[in-house]
Design a protein around this ligand. Structure first.
Ligand code: DI6
Ligand code: FE
Length: 406
């Protein structure tokens, strides 16, 4: 049996569901052929006939699946550091939003940007993620709020995938904020989104999923439900910003619509968690937004554990509530602020993040047949990836069986 590349003398966390814990392998190897994993496991268990064109000694380094950031808004123009300063001086997020700032200030900047501008502005944010071993990233639209600019944002997300060795999963965030031109006419905007924009995005193959901000300051559960029906009809997966600032029963709504994930969830109750468990909807925790907004109510992690709701962790990289481009820091925050265990954090940015994107059949664990996407680390113990703050121990990244940089 021939393979293209074989990494040996490695310690693996395979995250394979069949192995206990994180699937630790002390003396491990990974063989790649045509970009996919041919074999991952103990050196002793490798097929005797395995020969490699290239053999790479990893000197005992730790190998994990490539990291997956399953919730970002990284394609946008402008920044909100001025609003940050105003909030430090005492203004609230709501006051700034009412004065025309907040999401709508990023909408103005994004509408003024060309696709090339958006790509140029977003590339450094993407590179920051890749430098920490990310090999799959989800990117949402939602700062255009009209057909032309939402499409431009999604095209920019697709363009980023051509410029870097990374998988991009694009999400049409059609219900993010009410665009100013429809401020007096919610119903017309809903019609436009469900009847024109969403079908156009689906027909052009610009997104794999849709998302909505279901919140008192954004869209109601009824509006969200209608949008989800349209998404289902168009063959797009569903995701939801749910129960972040209040309990509108977004978690249960997401589960009812077969959503891949419900995200944030600070105010989710037991019934919402039970609905998620029954539907297999992943809880995506976003501690960067919790931290930035100085929230105090934490997501019900104990209930998720008890009911068996899968838990993922993501950056929520966005200019307003989570200007965060580090999945390592997101893990540290999830541990310290939400009391996730180290194994939950590591699974949350690999296997469970893949589940939250509906791509667990392709990535997220080190198992034969999946894409050979690896993050290789200079650490003594994997817990260091969660424990350190602002230190990047990535050795190298592998995307589809090849060394990838950044
Ligand atoms: N995601 C969002 O879309 C909003 N909060 C969040 O976690 C707000 C984003 C923004 O202020 O631009
Ligand atoms: Fe978000």
């Amino acid at each position: 049996m021939r393979c293209d590349r074989l990494w040996y003398n490695a310690r693996l966390l395979t995250l394979a569901d069949t192995s206990p814990g994180l699937g630790l392998v002390e003396d491990g190897i990974i063989a790649a052929k045509d970009g996919r994993i041919l074999h991952a496991g103990p050196a002793a268990g490798a097929p005797a006939t395995l020969v490699a064109d290239e053999r790479i000694d990893l000197d005992g380094r730790w190998v994990l699946p490539g990291l997956i950031d399953c919730h970002t808004h990284l394609v946008h123009a402008g920044d909100r550091s001025g609003e940050f300063e105003r909030r430090l001086a005492g203004a609230t997020y709501e006051e700034i939003a009412r004065a025309g700032g907040g999401i709508l200030s990023t909408v103005r900047a994004t509408r003024d940007a060309s696709e090339a501008d958006l790509v140029a502005a977003s590339l450094p944010r993407l590179d920051a993620l890749l430098a920490e071993g990310v090999t799959t990233v989800e990117i949402k639209s939602g700062y255009g709020l009209d057909r032309e600019v939402e499409v431009r944002q999604l095209r920019a997300a697709r363009a980023l995938a051509q410029l870097r060795p990374v998988d991009v999963r694009a999400t049409y965030l059609g219900l993010h904020a009410l665009p100013p031109e429809f401020a007096q006419d919610r119903a017309t905007y809903l019609d436009l989104v469900c009847r024109e924009l969403l079908p156009a995005v689906a027909a052009e193959g610009l997104a794999e999923a849709v998302d909505a901000f279901c919140e008192g300051v954004a869209f109601t559960p009824e509006e969200t439900g209608r949008f989800f029906e349209a998404a289902r009809a168009a063959g797009l997966a569903r995701k939801l910003h749910a129960d972040q600032l209040s309990n509108l029963h977004g978690a249960a709504l997401a589960a009812r619509h077969g959503a891949l994930s419900a995200d944030h969830l600070e105010h989710t109750d037991e019934a919402g968690a039970a609905a998620m468990a029954a539907a297999g909807t992943v809880a995506v925790l976003l501690p960067g937004a919790f931290y930035t907004l100085r929230e105090t109510r934490v997501p019900p992690v104990d209930i998720f554990r008890r009911l068996g709701v899968p838990i993922a962790v993501a950056t929520d990289c966005n200019p307003g509530t989570s200007p965060l481009t580090s999945l390592l820091v997101a893990m540290n925050m999830a541990a310290t602020l939400f009391r996730l265990r180290v194994d939950e954090c590591l699974a949350g940015v690999t296997r469970e993040a893949a589940r939250a994107l509906g791509v667990l059949d392709r990535v997220g664990t080190l198992e034969a047949g999946k894409w050979c996407d690896l993050s290789i680390w200079d650490v003594e113990r994997p817990a260091e990836l969660v424990y350190r703050i602002g230190f990047n121990p990535l050795y190298r990244r592998v995307w589809r069986g090849r060394w990838a940089s950044p």
